[in-house]
Design a protein around this ligand. Structure first.
Ligand SMILES: NC(=O)c1ccc[n+]([C@@H]2O[C@H](COP(=O)([O-])OP(=O)(O)OC[C@H]3O[C@@H](n4cnc5c(N)ncnc54)[C@H](OP(=O)(O)O)[C@@H]3O)[C@@H](O)[C@H]2O)c1
Length: 275
């Protein structure tokens, strides 16, 4: 059974938090492990010495991941409460505890809100907000017992300021961002680190796996690779960052969302009018 990572040589509780997190030996549970950012992060954290348990629904892709990286796997639907309980129990049994929970699984939907099926909104909220929130809650007892615990929530720049035709997804990611901000303070006394990743356009299966609709023409552009994104997130975790915006498009959007959200709205109004 892997031994929990020793934070540092410091003996004073909390003092080690002034130094970089040592990923070597950290026991990591990661969702969305079958493709894109979750898969790349499972590989990257394992490469940096983490002991990783990855999950997603597609067993054959998880088996490929396990065969090439040595990552431990468990297939299931993260929106199922029974599966989330099984995942935490399996992590405690196989890894001997949990130091880091990474919620990377997500799904999108594109189209006008007015004509969308209410079931899509419910599903998006389940996958992108409720499942990660409940997985975090379920993992808290194990994180409490960790010498250096952390929560990593994979959000989106669309959680900072929404775009039209993505209302369901933006609402779910915005809720996830709000959860991260609340937990960052609430769990700071334990202390548990909370890292929020506001991703911009990233190469993955995201646009091929939309629950509804198609990738809008205006969203095509330069994307960051999942591998580079994973390296940036892993380093942010090591450095105990609170938030990360991988790539310049994400940084630029985050700045505009804060300083001039009206500009984003104006550009989108024009693009929609142009068709
Ligand atoms: N790609 C982008 O441009 C972009 C931009 C901003 C934010 N993000 C966010 O980044 C995260 C990773 O997405 P990605 O870009 O890597 O897309 P992706 O390649 O489509 O990966 C999504 C992952 O989530 C898993 N998943 C989806 N629904 C699930 C469910 N019900 N139960 C268990 N696993 C489920 C998928 O696995 P299975 O299908 O095998 O279950 C897959 O591993 C998501 O949270 C997404 O919202 C992506």
């Amino acid at each position: 059974m892997p031994q929990p990572a020793s934070p540092t040589a410091n003996t004073s509780p909390g003092l080690h938090r002034l130094s970089r997190r040592r990923l070597a030996g950290q026991r990591v549970v990661i969702t969305g492990g079958s493709s894109g950012v979750g898969r790349a992060l499972a590989v990257e954290l394992s490469r940096r010495g983490g002991v990783v348990l990855a999950t997603a629904r597609r067993q054959h892709l998880l088996e490929e991941l396990a065969a090439t990286s040595g990552v431990s796997i468990l297939a299931g639907d993260i929106t199922s409460a029974a599966f989330r309980s099984q995942l935490v129990a399996v992590a405690e049994r196989r890894l001997g505890g949990i130091d880091v929970v990474v919620a990377a699984a997500g799904s999108g939907a594109v189209g006008p809100f007015s004509s969308a099926d209410p079931a899509t909104l419910r599903r998006i909220m389940e996958v992108d907000f409720l499942a990660p929130a409940e997985l975090v809650r379920l993992s808290l007892p194990a994180l409490h017992a960790s010498p250096d615990p952390a929560i990593v929530l994979v959000g989106s720049i669309l959680g900072l300021h929404p775009l039209p035709w993505h209302a369901d997804y933006c609402a779910a990611k915005s809720a996830l961002h709000s959860l991260a901000a609340a937990l960052r303070v609430e769990l700071s006394t334990i202390p548990i680190d909370v890292l929020l990743c506001s991703l911009g356009p990233t190469d993955s299966e995201f646009w091929d796996s939309l629950l509804v609709g198609q990738r809008p023409r205006w969203s095509h552009g330069r994307s960051l690779s999942a591998a580079v994104t994973a390296r940036i997130i892993a380093t942010a975790l090591e450095r105990r960052r609170k938030e990360v915006f991988p790539g310049w498009p994400a940084k630029g959007y985050a700045l505009a969302a804060r300083l001039c959200p009206w500009l984003i709205d104006t550009i989108m109004r024009r693009r929609m009018a142009a068709g």
